[in-house]
Design a protein around this ligand. Structure first.
Ligand code: PLP
Length: 377
């Protein structure tokens, strides 16, 4: 049987990985500045992560959500502690898109409304409601186009107010730093306006932290740069360091009812152990604090690059924007210098989403290689 061919693939076959490096089937060593799309938070194959998952596997790996699973309560407590969102409640699922589906569904249950406001350049996933709130018609099938979604520009407070005043919207969903869309951020004023207007007109504010959450940007969630309390927060990628685990955090104003949400695999014993291991390493190795000085270092190196137009992002969710398309540069970085980087819907942007264990010396290596590629370009 052949694979259903929906992805363009690079000619690299990783067989092993350790911390910030990936090794291919020829033994070549690659520096991972992509983190498998912001998924690798505590570094590949971290010893504590391996140990914790193996120990759990030997005990019990899965049972349905019809039984008590104290690991879920432990995970809820630790997320509450490390994010300082003690009053929120946790619902676990397995992927980012599933987190978005559950967030939107919950907002609709709460408000009894069905329209959603999303933003230009957003990416929230590929399933039903998630793809409908994603600003990319090419991946939106006719089935998904039944959802009623209004796409607005970031920072257009007037338009937001006009739409919300109709009281037809269950939710406003936003990324505090857009991932796939190319690292654009709403202004501080607009962030506060979203919270205020959602409250005024009875809509839920959903912060999509699937990519930016779990300490990637210098705060536990990217929205925490500001003093807001979204009704629902979605998370996934860095939460499991590669183990499929996602979830939503729900504000105390939204009450749970049995049957509202559900899942077979979400919050299973292995998934909880993986995420607990991530949180333990984040805390012990102080990875969140370290992202700030690493960002400063990255920016100082990037500033002296030739041909750079703009440096975008926060913490270790960063981007280098040029006046030209970067796909050839990214290929040269992989094939000539053995460095993985990320792309985005902005074709002029190289995205940098490394494991949070990255060090300055890895950045030095990247900038030397990039300067060589740019000089020859
Ligand atoms: C901000 C954001 N939300 C949601 C998703 C969807 O996550 P998943 O691919 O796990 O379904 C992504 C994936 O890239 C994302 O970046």
């Amino acid at each position: 049987m052949k694979l259903f061919d929906v992805y363009p693939l690079y000619e690299v076959t990783p067989v092993r990985a350790k911390d910030v490096y990936i090794y291919d089937n020829d033994g070549k060593k690659y520096l991972d500045l992509y983190g498998g799309h912001a998924v690798i938070s505590i570094g590949h194959s971290h010893p504590h992560y391996i140990k914790k998952i193996i120990n759990q596997l030997k005990q019990i790996s899965f049972y349905s959500n019809a039984i008590q699973n104290p690991l879920q309560n432990e995970l809820a407590n630790v997320i509450g502690e490390q994010s300082c969102l003690h009053d929120y409640k946790l619902f676990l699922c397995s992927t980012g898109a599933e987190a978005i589906e559950n967030a939107l569904k919950l907002a609709s249950f709460k408000t009894k409304r069905k329209k959603v406001i999303a933003f230009k350049n957003s990416f929230h996933g590929r399933t039903s409601a998630a793809v409908a709130v994603t600003d990319n018609i090419k991946i939106n099938a006719p089935l998904n186009q039944q959802q009623e979604v209004t796409f607005l520009n970031f920072n257009d407070e007037k338009a937001l107010q006009n739409e919300l005043a109709t009281k037809e919207y269950c939710a406003v969903i936003f990324e505090a730093i857009q991932g796939v869309g190319g690292l654009n951020e709403p202004s501080e004023d607009f962030i506060y306006a979203m919270e205020r207007l959602c409250k005024e007109y009875g809509s839920c504010l959903i912060s999509d932290e699937v990519q930016s959450g779990f300490s990637r940007t210098g705060t536990f969630f990217a929205f925490q740069k500001y003093n807001i309390n979204p009704h629902i927060i979605t998370m996934a990628k860095g939460m499991g360091n590669g183990f499929p685990v996602g979830g939503i955090l729900v504000h105390p104003d939204i009450k749970a009812k049995h049957g509202m949400l559900g899942t077979t695999f979400g919050g299973n014993h292995l998934a909880c152990s993986a995420s607990l291991a991530v949180l333990e390493v984040l805390k012990k190795e102080r990875l969140q604090e370290k992202t700030k000085s690493l960002e400063t270092y990255f920016r100082s190196k990037a500033n002296s690059l030739s041909k750079i137009k703009k440096i975008k992002g926060r913490g270790l969710m960063l981007g280098l924007e040029f006046d030209f398309k970067v796909s050839e540069i990214r290929k040269k970085l992989i094939y000539d210098h053995y460095i993985f980087t990320g792309g985005s819907s902005n074709e002029n942007l190289i995205r940098i989403l490394p494991p949070l264990t990255i060090k300055k010396k890895h950045m030095d290596y990247f900038f030397e290689a990039l300067e060589k590629v740019l000089t020859a370009f």
